[in-house]
Design a protein around this ligand. Structure first.
Ligand code: TRP
Ligand code: SF4
Length: 329
């Protein structure tokens, strides 16, 4: 079986953007691939170093988010980044192989720095793509299923691997070059029409949201601003709700666009239909969430067992890399 590695920072609950961009894909792949899921609590520190308690609470929440959408404990190795010493060690080795300028020009780093209002970037934040290369390579992952914002990071990982092999491989590939496995669904816009649904943007529907909350959020979603009365014709091309129908209700999307353009459906009804569709998706997730929330010890055990397995592989990798680098007494 080929191995995939992917995961999330433990900075709060996951939302529909994560589901569409990544989680959905993981669920599909778990049977065909040896699936590694990282709970990236160290990477979480790069932006949330002042909120360690929040990061810690998020670990179990993000784990449950993953389990609630259908990842099965017996199919996956879910592990905590901070428990894997190999990741820390590889990060140091790899840091020699990456220029500061390359990191400064990384488009995802730039976007995120702007988003968080960082001007003078910390060493850790600037370098997190290097640590992410360690996340991916410590277990020799073949594939990394990610959304488009992670593509520059994966490119960097591949460069590091090539560089490492060239320098220390003695003609052999000590490390494997990971391949991206891109989600086919485009990035989900925020409820406010913002290009991205984001935890820090206040425009997200969370997998853990209640029915009432989903309903209220959809009611407030941004539509065609020129459409005031039901008899006005609408323009679905500039409407967030229409975009969501395209993603979560694709069978009816064409029809809804037609009705909107001819004034045949009002925004209230259109939103109500979207809410129904989202509820159909979220209901089974809520049931699984409730199951695991009543069995937190089981969730912890999944992470402990996964971290042990990951550590065994990680320690072997460190030995191999050190040997190839000639780091020994
Ligand atoms: N940076 C990723 C995110 O914000 C999370 C992550 C950490 C990750 N390490 C990874 C994703 C390794 C893929 C592979 O979503
Ligand atoms: Fe958007 Fe639907 Fe209103 Fe058209 S009818 S503007 S698609 S919410």
């Amino acid at each position: 079986m080929k191995r995939i590695l992917t995961g999330d920072r433990t900075t709060g609950n996951l939302h529909l953007g994560h589901y569409v961009g990544s989680l959905q894909n993981r669920v599909k792949l778990q049977k065909e691939y040896d699936t590694y899921i990282i709970l990236a609590d160290i990477q979480a520190l790069t932006t949330h170093f002042e909120k360690p308690a929040f990061i810690q609470e998020s670990i179990l929440q993000v784990a449950i988010d993953n389990l609630s959408v259908g990842l099965e404990p017996e199919n996956i190795t879910m592990f905590l980044q901070s428990k894997i010493s190999a990741i820390a060690e590889l990060t140091v080795f790899y840091s020699m192989l990456v220029s500061v300028n390359a990191l400064r020009h990384n488009p995802t780093i730039k976007t995120e720095a702007r988003q968080y209002g960082f001007e003078d970037l910390s060493y850790g934040f600037l370098g997190y793509p290097v640590s992410q290369a360690a996340d991916i390579t410590f277990c020799n992952a073949d594939l990394v299923p990610v959304g488009e914002d992670q593509v520059p990071h994966l490119e960097l990982s591949r460069k590091i691997v090539r560089r490492f092999n060239d320098l220390y491989g003695n003609g052999k590939a000590v490390l494997k070059e990971p391949q991206p496995l891109l989600s086919t669904t485009p990035r989900l816009v925020g409820l406010d029409g913002n290009a991205k649904m984001g935890k820090s943007l206040g425009n997200a529907i969370y997998l853990a949201d209640s029915s009432e909350s989903v309903k209220a959020k959809v009611r407030q979603a941004v539509t065609d601003p020129n459409r005031i009365r039901k008899t006005d014709v609408g323009n679905p091309d500039i409407c967030t709700v229409s975009t969501y129908h395209g993603v979560f209700n694709s069978e009816e999307h064409g029809n809804i666009c037609e009705l909107c353009k001819t004034g045949g459906v009002g925004c209230v009804a259109c939103k109500a239909r979207l809410t129904e569709k989202l509820e159909q998706l979220l209901l089974p997730f809520r049931e699984k969430r409730a199951y695991y929330e009543n069995r937190m010890d089981q969730v912890r055990e999944v992470i402990v067992a996964g971290s042990e397995r990951a550590n065994r592989i990680g320690n072997e990798t460190v030995e191999i890399l050190k040997n190839s680098m000639g780091i020994r007494l």
